[in-house]
Design a protein around this ligand. Structure first.
Ligand SMILES: *[C@@H]1O[C@H](CO)[C@@H](O)[C@H](O)[C@H]1NC(C)=O
Ligand SMILES: *[C@@H]1O[C@H](CO)[C@@H](O)[C@H](O)[C@H]1NC(C)=O
Ligand SMILES: *[C@@H]1O[C@H](CO)[C@@H](O)[C@H](O)[C@H]1NC(C)=O
Ligand SMILES: *[C@@H]1O[C@H](CO)[C@@H](O)[C@H](O)[C@H]1NC(C)=O
Length: 958
């Protein structure tokens, strides 16, 4: 046998490590639940109560109301509803009907009508060894033709034998606006002093409702009622008709003053939104009334505030707090998806100012009816504060859910809950009723029962909660990385972690295995670096024999020799968890399956200690406050000399002329008067159109800059030094590749980010430059022949024969680098066309490109104008624009312009014997491309002459 156990433990040790299970302080076990089923359609589970019976036998029971249950034989009805008692067993169908309301109606009191009376609509237990009340709010009494819906309640002994029947509206004025439709029993409560029971008749006074407090069995005590128990003065109840006062009831003793009995009553239809009344009994002369001391107003129209409520001390300060459900609450913002709310009133002012207490508001999912039921759940996790449960039976598409909130001293926040889902167990409308605050398996933790409208009830048990005390100590906790021989990797640190555990109850002392895991430098590693601490065995487990026993584990950590970050502290953490299987808590009082413990999730399972670096160079405060400064300029880097001449600037912004191989960004970083800048870096981001080409260091620099450049060459991370010392200075050049710049790019930005892990706020710098394309085009011209003779002509000769043809050849060459076909330029040619008498001088015959290709020119009508018969030529010079696009720039171009010299008898120049005919030729750019320009601003590229000799001189150059 012992062997077996040993083997089992060994297994746990082996597998435990793989399954780190982080426990939850929300410790209701959703696996080992108990389920009780009732007859279909009986509404078994509409109401619930935990009951602890002491005599004749000590046993705990779950009382379950089933208001649609079939009648018992002898009840003279078909369907009366009933109450069941269930033992806390794993059986699902061992609930028994309690015989209630089986006697014949007593004579003289009218005719009891039990059909459809809803017995079990409400059930409550007074406490261990105390009484139980169960009600049927639709019980009717028929007197003559009147069918009075009085409702009534039964008081049961602790052993669940009926002791008494209470029908307080019987024998009272029976009109609708008095007590004929009292509907007693929708709710009921016992006062905390155990002397009284509280009933309500929400249907009294035309559904204004009334509350009555009457002694349970000590009839020397008085009864009290809203509006006075004898006078029935409805006017004293400060509510409107149809308020449904008493729909929910509870009592408190430490709400307004210590040890003062007060009644809390919900009136969910009061003043349209719902209200909760705080009532106090008052005896004055003959009057015995419940007077209203405070009214809590509901949150919004038709929210049904007060549909449910529960008094409990949530922050363990000895004062009663209040939880109120408003299941039909919806936000004015329909999009918010809110349906139902719970208002948590913490009694922060020791009983005062209830009218002004600001509740914490918890809300449920849209249409979930969150808050339809609220219940005190007791201290489920044993942290010293009572917890509460909220039912939302229409949550999760009608399956329903129950939310558990933990009591505490602070505010209640929306997110703090464990949720139990009906869908998990295929139960619909789950969470319609709740009962808790009783430990059913004797493990010291209260358990919770959840009812539904689908004839099933689940009981969740609370698992024991383990709190682990942890400590972690580093020795030494400070190192001077420069001083000690850390560079060689000899810096050793001892991390000692100690563990012990506590739990409730103190008698619970399991031999607990605890898994721990040591981590170091997590943040730094997450950022993509290597951990600065090296160690082995980062996880393991220890066994703690009993509560309070402390166990310590030392671990050796080594500081990595090539540690880069010698500035920021290194966090070392140890976290704990329980293995997937911990020994379950043995139950002495119960035969239910034992539950495994969980870790207390309210405490953090991880603690951290920090290893500090000493930085003597950063002053006495050990805080390194650097003062990194950056200067930059765009320049043209001389390839051989260590110089870089600044680029020309326009409007203060540097201008880049693409094509230059030497465009560079000169960077100078300094740290004037600053503390060491640890891990100083420059991160430069380049546009895709202007990527980095290379990094050039200043040869005389004593700081070694190393840059990591990414594949696309658009990002460089340059390490400037670790540390970059006080008053250090470094200059280097980022050579840029301007080949990818296109005409559509007019400006480029390089972003420069200086970074350090020392203390300094550094803003990003944007190095901005403009882009201009400069075309370096030239036109050469040649006239063939270069001289012609002027001759008298004969009439009626054809054009061609009129004069001697002259051919002008233009060669446009790109003297700069070859450029892509993005620029569009125009060659403008002016020539003397006619003299001032309108006689032809040079007649343009045709324009051809290289290899006789035709060239589009405008105006086309100027070419051989006599062929364009309709064109009438007039005075002055005409110009033809020769659009010579791509060809002009991709290679040398050759254009020929054929002119024909005309001969005129009375040429003005005849007195001269020699005349230069001059053509003006110029290049111009398409103006839509703003960042392209020609190198010379004057585009008058020159004149082209052709000498003309008069006949008289017969001038021959050859
Ligand atoms: C019980 O049901 C039967 C059949 O529906 C009906 O005739 C009878 O009146 C019912 N009894 C009572 C008390 O309502
Ligand atoms: C109804 O509620 C409004 C707003 O809270 C309040 O001003 C008014 O006095 C209330 N009326 C009654 C009758 O309580
Ligand atoms: C460059 O930066 C300047 C100023 O920050 C901004 O106005 C401009 O749009 C930027 N240009 C590009 C191409 O991002
Ligand atoms: C200038 O260039 C644009 C776009 O390339 C073109 O649409 C336009 O016709 C050109 N203008 C001239 C005068 O060549």
């Amino acid at each position: 046998m012992e062997l077996k156990i040993f083997a089992l433990l060994l297994n746990l040790w082996l597998f435990g490590n793989l399954n780190l299970q982080y426990g939850s302080a929300f410790n209701l076990d959703d696996t080992n639940f108990l389920r009780k089923n009732g007859e279909a359609g009986s509404l078994f589970g509409y109401s619930l109560a935990m009951h602890h019976q002491l005599k004749p036998k000590d046993q705990q029971l779950l009382l379950i109301g089933a208001p649609h249950a079939k009648a018992l034989p002898g009840q003279k009805a078909n369907r009366t509803g009933g109450l069941y008692r269930c033992k806390f067993t794993t059986e699902s169908d061992d609930c028994e009907r309690i015989p209630i309301d089986t006697e014949d109606s007593r004579p003289g009191q009218g005719l009891d009508h039990r059909e459809n009376q809803w017995m079990g609509v409400h059930v409550k237990s007074q406490g261990p060894g105390e009484k139980v009340v169960v009600c049927a709010h639709r019980y009717q009494q028929w007197i003559h033709s009147n069918q009075l819906v009085l409702g009534r309640c039964f008081i049961l002994e602790q052993n669940l034998i009926v002791e008494d029947t209470r029908t307080f509206c019987r024998n009272r004025p029976s009109s609708k606006d008095q007590f004929g439709y009292c509907q007693q029993g929708v709710s009921a409560a016992f006062t905390k002093d155990k002397n009284y029971i509280v009933f309500s008749g929400p249907g009294a006074y035309d559904w204004k409702g009334t509350i009555r407090v009457e002694p349970i069995d000590n009839f020397l005590l008085d009864s009290y009622e809203t509006g006075d128990q004898n006078e029935f003065s409805e006017g004293n109840i400060p509510l409107t008709l149809s308020s449904y006062l008493g729909f929910a009831l509870d009592s408190g003793t430490n709400l307004l003053q210590k040890d003062e009995q007060v009644i809390l009553a919900g009136a969910p239809r009061s003043n349209l939104s719902g209200e909760v009344l705080i009532l106090k009994p008052k005896a004055e002369e003959d009057q015995r009334s419940l007077i209203v001391t405070h009214i809590l107003h509901g949150p919004g129209l038709a929210s049904s505030f007060g549909y449910s409520l529960s008094v409990m001390d949530l922050n363990a300060d000895g004062w009663d707090d209040l939880v109120v459900g408003a299941p039909q609450y919806s936000s004015t913002d329909m999009e918010a998806g809110i349906g139902g709310a719970v208002y948590v009133y913490i009694n922060r002012r020791d009983g005062r100012d209830w009218d002004r207490l600001q509740p914490d508001i918890l809300t449920g999912n849209k249409d979930s009816m969150f808050g339809l039921a609220v219940a005190k759940a007791g201290d489920i996790n044993h942290d010293g504060y009572d917890d509460f449960a909220v039912g939302a039976p229409y949550d999760s598409d009608g399956y329903g859910a129950v939310y558990i909130y933990l009591g505490k001293t602070g505010h209640f926040l929306q997110k703090d809950y464990q949720v139990l889902q009906g869908e998990t167990h295929n139960i619909k409308l789950f969470g319609y009723s709740l009962a808790g605050n009783m430990d059913i398996d004797g493990n010291g933790y209260p358990d919770l029962a959840v009812g539904s409208l689908s004839d099933s009830v689940l009981v969740y048990r609370a698992k024991p909660v383990i709190s682990i005390e942890k400590s972690l100590k580093l020795t030494p906790s400070e190192i001077d990385f420069e001083k000690i021989d850390c560079q060689k990797g000899h810096c050793l640190i001892t991390a000692e972690s100690c563990f012990s555990y506590t739990t409730y109850p103190t008698t619970y002392n399991p031999k607990l295995q605890i898994l721990y895991k040591l981590t170091a430098d997590e943040q730094w590693v997450q950022e993509g670096h290597q951990s600065r601490l090296v160690f082995r065995n980062d996880e393991g487990n220890i066994v703690l024999e009993k509560q309070g026993e402390k166990h310590c584990i030392p671990r050796r950590l080594r500081v990595r020799a090539n540690t880069e970050n010698k500035l920021t502290e290194i966090p070392v953490s140890v976290s704990v968890s329980l293995p997937q299987h911990s020994p379950p808590q043995m139950l002495s009082r119960s035969s239910l399956p034992a539950l495994q413990p969980v870790l207390n999730d309210l405490q953090t399972q991880k603690i951290t200690a920090k290893l500090m670096f000493l930085n003597p160079d950063c002053g006495g405060d050990n805080i390194c406050q650097s003062n990194l400064q950056l200067q930059y300029s765009f320049c043209s880097k001389d390839q051989h000399l260590d110089s870089c001449s600044p680029l020309a600037r326009e409007d203060g912004v540097a201008v880049i002329f693409p094509g230059s191989e030497n465009t560079a960004l000169k960077i100078t970083v300094t740290n004037p008067g600053g503390d060491d800048a640890h891990l100083a870096q420059l991160v430069a981001n380049f546009p895709e159109s202007l990527p980095l080409s290379s990094v050039i260091h200043k040869p005389d620099s004593n700081v070694n800059v190393q840059c990591d450049v990414d594949e696309s060459k658009t990002r460089a991370e340059c390490n400037l030094g670790n540390p970059f010392k006080r008053n250090a200075e470094v200059t280097f050049y980022l050579l840029l590749n301007s080949d990818r710049l296109t005409a559509s790019i007019t400006d480029v930005n390089v972003t420069l980010n200086l970074q350090t892990i020392s203390v300094q706020n550094i803003s990003e710098i944007i190095a901005e430059a403009q882009v201009f394309f400069e075309l370096y085009l030239q036109v050469f011209g040649l006239a063939k022949p270069s001289q012609v003779y002027y001759q008298e002509i004969k009439k009626n000769k054809s054009d061609e024969l009129i004069g001697e043809p002259v051919q002008y050849d233009f060669t446009i060459s790109n003297m700069g680098r070859p450029l892509k076909s993005f620029a569009s330029a125009t060659l403008n040619i002016q020539w003397p066309k006619e003299n001032n008498e309108g006689k032809w001088l040079l007649y343009l015959m045709k324009i051809t490109g290289p290899n006789n290709q035709s060239i589009p020119c405008s105006p086309a009508s100027e070419i051989s104008p006599l062929d364009h018969a309709q064109e009438v030529m007039s005075r002055g010079k005409r110009q033809a624009e020769n659009e010579a696009k791509a060809s002009a720039f991709s290679a040398d171009g050759l254009l020929s312009l054929f002119g024909s010299k005309r001969h005129y008898k009375y040429l003005e120049y005849s007195s001269l014997n020699y005349l230069d005919i001059v053509l003006n030729v110029s290049l111009s750019l398409n103006e839509t491309q703003k960042n392209i320009r020609l190198r010379e601003s004057q585009t008058q590229l020159g004149c082209l002459g052709c000498g003309m000799c008069t006949e008289e001189k017969k001038y021959h150059p050859y």
